[in-house]
Design a protein around this ligand. Structure first.
Ligand code: GDP
Ligand code: CA
Length: 315
């Protein structure tokens, strides 16, 4: 079975780990993960790709499972020194091991490798069992326009302000000229199923869909299944509700489904998975023609994530 997943960082990583476990025993399977790169940024001279690294570290088993992000066994000596220099962002800590990744990546970029080639090199260190593709090789960082009209890099809004400044709009400058990274549209069009991970619909899935050509590829895909990142009207972890309200979407599994849209109506999805807590939303969606399935959506451990992936890949 060929499965292609559209994913952000931590939610995406949990889901992909489950998918890899679910398909693990099947002889013939191929998983491609198209990762959001809207979170990327230049900081202290290095290029960060938070969502790519979250997925890489989680699949390699070197992620910090307690903190929920970054490397296990991390130290922060370099960050402390940068702070003394007044370099970088004092509220954005870069772990030492993590900086090793950023330095390697930045060095390869300066040698002329593309983001796709860099991701392939980073991923070759561990047998991660999936193909990791950035959504595009272009730099299309996400910016947030806030109430006073100023524009901040997404990471500044998210990490420094904890998404507390009311967002009016998310922008990815340059995205209109970007093209999907090599292999992305092919992976979408030739997959048996494309899965939209339970990731942030606005700032993780949104930038992927904004790359010209990706929506068209999805329209040609065999089957597209989405998993709700909202359970019982809550975002589960993080502050995705601040992103949804900025684009006028309610924090509910039904509203996110309608935001993505049904493929039969020119939208994205053939099927939508909602949590048992949201079973009450299913009849309304079904009345509008949705193929909506109710299944446990909590990815609290690998077994639950794998069960969710099995539900998402079932016909
Ligand atoms: P980020 O890039 O690190 O913010 O991660 P993603 O965008 O991939 O995923 C973040 C989203 O995952 C959150 O906004 C939650 O809505 C969702 N999420 C996190 N944990 C779970 C879970 O256990 N189940 C489901 N269904 N969604 C989750
Ligand atoms: Ca992210």
């Amino acid at each position: 079975m060929r499965v292609t997943v559209l994913a952000g960082g931590v939610g995406g990583a949990r889901f992909v780990r489950g998918l890899r476990a679910a398909l693990g025993d099947a002889d013939d399977h191929e998983i491609t993960v198209v990762v959001n790169t809207g979170d990327d940024l230049w900081l202290s001279g290095v290029r960060l790709q938070p969502d790519v690294d979250s997925i890489l570290y989680a699949l390699a088993g070197v992620n910090d499972t307690e903190r929920g992000w970054g490397r296990a066994g991390e130290s922060e000596r370099v960050s402390a020194e940068l702070r003394e220099w007044g370099a970088g962002w004092p509220w954005f800590t870069l772990g030492d091991l993590d900086l090793g990744t950023h330095l390697a990546r930045t060095g390869w970029l300066r040698e002329g490798l593309t983001y796709t080639q860099v991701a392939e090199r980073l991923a070759s260190r561990w047998p991660i069992g999936v193909r990791l593709l950035p959504m595009t090789d272009a730099e299309v960082d996400t910016y947030v326009v806030v109430e006073d009209g100023s524009r901040l890099h997404f990471q500044e809004w998210w990490t420094r302000h904890r998404a507390a400044l009311r967002a009016l709009e998310f922008q990815n400058p340059g995205v209109a000229q970007a093209v999907p990274a090599p292999g992305v549209t092919d992976a979408i069009e030739t997959a048996d199923v494309v899965l939209v991970a339970p990731s942030n619909p606005v700032v993780s899935i949104g930038p992927i869909l904004a790359v010209p050509g990706i929506r068209d590829a999805l329209a040609r895909a065999r089957r597209v299944v989405g998993i709700s990142p909202i359970i019982g009207g809550r975002v589960v972890r993080g502050m995705a509700d601040a992103c949804l309200s900025a684009i006028g979407v309610e924090t509910s599994a039904a509203a996110v489904a309608r935001h993505y849209g049904r493929r039969a109506d020119g939208g994205l999805l053939d099927m939508w998975l909602v949590a048992e807590e949201d079973a009450g939303l299913a009849p309304d969606l079904a009345a509008d023609g949705w193929d909506v399935r109710v299944t446990p959506l909590w990815m609290t451990d690998l077994e639950r994530s794998a069960a969710l992936a099995r539900a998402a890949t079932a016909e």
